[in-house]
Design a protein around this ligand. Sequence first.
Ligand SMILES: [Mg+2]
Length: 311
Amino acid sequence: MISKDRQRGTLIGLAVGDALGAPVEFQPPDSFPPVTGYNYGGPHGLEPGEWTDDTSLALALADSIAQAGWDLNDQARRYLAWYHQGQYSVNGRCFDIGITTRGALMQFENNGDARTSGDPSEYASGNGSIMRLAPVPIRYADLFPDRLEELATLAAESSLPTHASPPCLSACRYFAVVLTGLIHGRDRSEVLAPDWEPLERLKQAAPLHPEIEQVAAGSFRERQPPEIQGSGYVVQSLEAALWAFHDAADLREAVLKAVNLGDDTDTTGAVCGQLAGACWGESGIPAEWREQLAQREMIESALTGLGVPLS
Ligand SMILES: [Mg+2]
């Protein structure tokens, strides 16, 4: 059964993980005192509870779905509004933009076609589309379980404007099905099992990219840091978030494990925050993290647009 608490938790968890990771972004593993809560600083000099591009782009995607339905060009135009005007930003400025995202948005400005603006080559396989995915499983949760392929197609399409490589598209397909299963209240161990029935159906429709298939088969259970890396590569980012999530006692433990891997901390936190928020819901997020999240009204407005307002 779809739970509004878990739908809301998916987006709020994304923002919480992003904000927890931002102060230590790009720091090598074990080079900083373990993060235990919000803090000042990082490469963008943020205040405690402020979030970065991961949340901004998720808010832009949510706003697009609310205002325009499903329209990739509209999604890309809103990403451009963030890039040029700082819309959807916590402080009115665009910062922390990824190289692949910037290149794709410039391409979109030239050709006006979001279906072909993302770089399809394998080396352009950053984590920039899984980090912002939450609005898709939240808004389209009712496509699970019967219309799984439609859900997976929307997830892959949401990646195209900026990240069109096979691993990125495959990661979005898998991640959306996992998040939606959790939003429906399916057990974490069931959803993450390699033989989960919806996963089997997803793979029958189209095989996963071999590296994403390894993650779905449970690589995150067998590996430990330093093999698990919170890097900007989509495969490692997804694997790291699942590693932090799969055996954590609660959301706090999961997102802190993700962030404390170092490197691309805000995004590993945002990806893990979506999983943990979908699993434990908004009510599973520590109250102080919910209350001290910056610009909460922007996140509330996105949730209202996605059909899951407060109250
Ligand atoms: Mg970021």
